[in-house]
Design a protein around this ligand. Sequence first.
Ligand code: GLN
Length: 539
Amino acid sequence: MTKYIFVTGGVVSSLGKGLAAASLGTLLEHRGLKVILQKFDPYLNVDPGTMSPFQHGEVYVLDDGAETDLDLGHYERFTSTNLSRLNNLTSGQVYTSVLQKERDGKYLGHTVQVIPHVTNEIKARIREVAERMGDGVIITEIGGTVGDIEGLPFLEAIRQFSLEVGHGNCIFIHTTLVPYLRAAGELKTKPTQQSIAKLREIGISPQIVLCRTELPLEPDVRHKLSMFCNVPIEGVIEARDVKNTIYEVPLKLHEERLDDLVCKLLNLEAPQPDLTRWRSFVQRVISPTHHVRIGVVGKYIELQDAYKSIYEALTHAGAANDAKVEIVKVDAESIEKAGPELYLAGLQGILIPGGFGDRGTEGKVIAARYAREHKVPYFGICLGMQIAVIEFARNVCGLKNANSTEFDPDGEHPVITLLDEQRQVVKKGGTMRLGTWVTDLEPGSKAFEIYHSATITERHRHRYEFNSAYKDQMEGRGLRISGASPDGKLAEIVEITDHPFFVACQFHPEFLSKPNHPHPMFFGFVKAALSNHLTKHQS
Ligand code: GLN
């Protein structure tokens, strides 16, 4: 039997709904239940792949190549599920499908309307996911804030759906903000009351209200919320800001007995969760023995969400190395202006993440050179690999003006370029090299040592590739291609042999890192950065 949990949000955005949903997923999975999480996004983009990080934060990529909302990253990190493109539904997808069916004459003369055609399309997706899953719990997060016009079809669809599957098989959890007003000296419940009233207007009565708050919810506040939100007292759940790490959230929600209540409401017989391993991971994040400073050189460093999975993967790798990773965010353009010393001296490792467009690329090239010459551990991801290749071509192979054709279309030395199949592509949405691809690793290389394996699969999201015309020249000077596609045509990993750790990959390993399963590349990089620290102190 499939059970359904719908998570909505009210009062403000950025409430951490995704984290709350993911954390509930953690708890239910630890109780032995099968869990799938998914997100409904009310915007009209078909997927976030065409959105700027300023609009959207990171675009998270799945095995099947779906470009999805970053909340799916939380879902995959907090549970063991492997999600697919079915798990992120946008209004753009819903309308594309409805309009296509209309053109195909599938509606047989009917007027096509939001209700029932759009809502049916949404319900059909939930059913499709349920059918594939069988027994288990589907947690669906509805993006946006209750009261937004564009969210209404989704809310109407889940209201209808809950009737269809019946009481005891479906619950609603509403996440809200309970703000503290300093002038009044108290927590205010009114925004929550009004947001729930808004939900009730459209026929949804949540059984659980998850209250984001900076301060503890005292019993009188809980009673008030219970009384005026029409939720039993045990359904008022405190979700206080966590002090140290987001991985504490499942533990806090468990203390609030959220998972007990969910199991009771859904008639699920499931033993108490054994959270020992999760707790010990959290403990390692909070109070590790060592400390390491890693610089992330990017152009979106002021945005909290642009490199989310990278920051999380560093945290996982830090915990596994018993080290706190201090992430120093370095703006690539500042390096262009003031040189590398000011920003990079004192860092034990330098990471250059993915990116698009030429703003800041020259600063990244300077950073890669600094890492190579000063023997600082370097980890390049996607654009970060392309930058490493450009730097090496220019400054070691003497190919002046070497560049990617993304930044210099007619340059003399296009060491990074488009393959023929990408040259034909004019449409922007979903047309990159996306999703899981196989890489063969060279025995004896650093990459091989890192993965302990001859074959790996990793997720991709890029258009440009290493130009194999330069392979021999680069390898001759010490930039080894240690990972390549099985046909040998595409360079997937490059490394510098005469360096403690200079490894860069064309794929995105950050999407496969989990709390208790740090990604080997991140683990190896943090380990190398830590020993860089030791050498400095000893000398
Ligand atoms: N802009 C580069 C490309 O498309 C790198 C992309 C990335 O870093 N994700 O190939």
